[in-house]
Write a protein that binds this ligand. Structure first.
Ligand SMILES: O=C(O)[C@H](O)[C@@H](O)[C@H](O)[C@H](O)COP(=O)(O)O
Length: 240
């Protein structure tokens, strides 16, 4: 059995992880005024997004107040690029409850660096300042996954993007794994500017990175320092 990270909740299966994440997201989004959610890509969170838009949660989500941003994106045309935007839009469904203008995709029509610069400008405009204030997080909730190599968002071990501390969004021309397309990723400071950080980790393939994190290895997923609270939602398969 893998020693789970601190602040980990182990749930029976991926559906239970998605349901627990939905409840936590609703709790974070409660209140008044607009709230910013930063979405994770990959396959794990698809269940969560479909659950939120589905009959069980749809009526409980304050869609008019929520704005949905992306932690990273793959830059490339065609289905092989594995667009996170397409994954999210498919999960929210053809009758998506997200109001127009509330989904903020990362531009993928101009290459990773220009896309990163454009998205950083959008985030700064949303935030209303050029510097991140620890007392005023950029996001209400940041959702993240864990790659089998310990990456999160598109911050891959040993790559320059992990060490970036001045910019909020960077291009990642050399994404190290399939689909081998360039990417755009939020940086550690931007991902950490969160009232609440939620890792969703499911499946046997995550036992190795979890064990490496537990052994103290400095992997990108372990370097996100949230200003608020952090929770890891794991399924039993991920810990054995
Ligand atoms: O765009 C991406 O690929 C994600 O942002 C990435 O960081 C993901 O969270 C991990 O690779 C885990 O992916 P799975 O959920 O598919 O295991």
């Amino acid at each position: 059995m893998v020693a789970p990270p601190p602040a980990a909740t182990i749930l029976p299966d991926a559906d239970a992880v998605a349901r627990a994440a939905a409840e936590r997201l609703l709790a974070v989004a409660a209140g008044t005024g607009r709230a910013a959610i930063c979405l994770s890509g990959g396959s794990t969170p698809r269940r969560l997004y479909a659950l939120l838009a589905g009959p069980e949660f749809r009526g409980r989500v304050p869609w008019e107040r929520l704005h949905w941003f992306f932690g990273d994106e793959r830059v490339g045309d065609g289905p092989e690029a594995g667009s996170n935007r397409r994954m999210v839009e498919a999960a929210f469904g053809a009758d998506s409850p997200v109001p127009a203008g509330h989904l903020h995709p990362i531009p993928t029509d101009r290459g990773p660096e220009a896309g990163a610069a454009a998205y950083e400008a959008e985030l700064r405009a949303w935030y209303g300042a050029d510097g991140l204030d620890p007392a005023r997080p950029l996001f209400d909730c940041v959702l993240l996954g864990l790659g089998e190599d310990g990456h999160t968002a598109s911050l891959f071990p040993g790559k320059p993007a992990v060490a970036e501390t001045g910019r909020w969004v960077v291009g990642v021309p050399e994404a190290g794994l399939a689909p081998f397309v360039p990417r755009v990723s939020l940086t550690l400071p931007a991902l950490g500017s969160a009232r609440s950080l939620l890792f969703l980790v499911t499946g046997r393939g995550k036992r190795d990175p979890l064990a490496r994190l537990a052994a103290g290895e400095e992997l990108p997923a372990g370097r996100v320092q949230p200003q608020g609270d952090v929770a890891w939602l794991l399924d039993q398969e991920a810990v054995g």
